[in-house]
Design a binder for this molecule. Structure first.
Ligand code: AMP
Ligand code: MG
Length: 345
């Protein structure tokens, strides 16, 4: 299959033509990768079971890992699921934006999309290009992240091309994703919210409107008999091929450890800009990913992909803070590390 590549530019008429064509592909059962403010999504018609199946094939995704449906308006959720008061409060505060809400599905949403569950995940993206595509398609768009299963999510169209060239009908290039990590996922329950995956809408923001229970899978490895509330959280996810190990320590002990480890080995460190200066004196390749939570979130997946390009033996990073969007960075990096943390005294 030849994958068409469209770069959004300043020519509005030409952009409209791209979206018209992309909408037609979605309606006729094809796959289109598109930019959103979280990460790039791999979209198909959410009302078409066969089209949804193609997403699982293109990604190599297990069929019990459900997809998120993307809608164009808050009210559209009522067409595809049974909404409740908490949904409408969340919608008023955080939509459009990086928030996904799990609700009981209506019959029009096939089980292929929900991985066999009676609930469906709904999101209204803020990204203008994502919205233009959903409107052009005229149907809700089922879309997980546009990476091959097990790889870090794509935050640029180039990442999508690396994983999906020849496997999908079209890629729309709208530049770098603004946030860089997948959406926050919540499930409204009686009187509280279950937080299934942390993201751009932070725990602190959610707590302003409701009590929140944090699913254990966000920060800890589950035992064999435990199941996360979001099926996707059980898979080795967000991970590069290179081994990633987290270090729980102060900066000085980290520098001493890396100086030692990098003597005879090709290793990398993924660190904040402020930690970088001292680490550049070691033999490790130094990849910086930001100087605050939001920039770390924005750059993390690109750095994880870069670690593979450099063919390093191992990449070390320090444990991030868990506040604000830091909790989402913590969750993605600890999963990339397969929950391996070394504590230095
Ligand atoms: P992705 O967009 O690739 O990050 O994948 C979508 C995420 O949403 C996965 O972690 C899924 O497990 C989760 N998800 C989708 N639908 C549901 C649902 N009905 N219940 C719980 N989690 C869901
Ligand atoms: Mg994903």
């Amino acid at each position: 299959m030849i994958t068409e590549y469209f770069k959004i530019g300043n020519n509005i008429l030409q952009n409209q033509e791209y979206f018209r064509r992309a909408g037609e592909i979605i309606r006729s059962g094809g796959l289109v990768a598109f930019p959103t403010e979280t990460v790039y999504g791999l979209g198909a018609n959410a009302l078409d079971s066969d089209a949804a199946k193609k997403i699982y094939e293109a990604k190599g995704r297990p069929s019990d890992n459900p997809l998120i449906i993307h809608i164009a308006k808050v009210e559209d959720a009522d067409k595809y699921c049974y909404t409740n008061d908490l949904y409408h409060i969340l919608a008023q505060k955080f939509m459009p934006g990086p928030l996904t809400v799990i609700l009981p599905k209506r019959d029009c949403i096939p089980y292929t999309v929900t991985g066999g569950l009676d609930t469906v995940a709904v999101r209204l993206p803020a990204d203008q290009n994502a919205r233009a595509l959903i409107e052009a398609a005229g149907v809700p768009i089922a879309a997980p992240s546009a990476n091959r299963s097990g790889k870090p999510s794509p935050t640029t169209a180039k990442h999508v091309l690396e994983d999906m060239n020849g496997r999908i009908d079209m890629i729309i290039d709208g530049g770098e994703s603004d946030i860089g990590l997948e959406s926050t996922i919540v499930k409204p329950e009686d009187g509280y919210l279950n937080l299934l995956r942390p993201g751009g809408i932070t725990l602190e923001m959610l707590e302003e409107i409701s009590p929140v229970k944090i699913d254990k899978a966000i920060t800890q490895k589950l035992n064999k008999n435990e199941r996360p509330l979001a099926p996707g959280m059980k898979y080795r996810h967000y991970a590069p091929d290179t081994k990633v190990v987290l270090i729980d320590s102060d900066l000085n002990s980290f520098i001493k450890f890396i100086t030692e480890q990098s003597k005879n080995r090709n290793i990398a460190v993924i660190v904040s800009n402020t930690d970088a200066e001292e680490l550049k004196k070691t033999n490790a390749a130094v990849l910086t990913y930001g100087d605050d939570d939001a920039t770390e979130a924005h750059n993390l997946f690109a750095r994880l992909r870069e670690v593979d390009e450099r063919k390093c033996e191992i990449a070390y990073a320090r444990l991030p803070e868990k506040s604000g969007i830091g909790l989402a960075v913590y969750n993605r990096i600890i999963k990339a590390a397969g929950y391996e943390v070394i504590k230095l005294s």
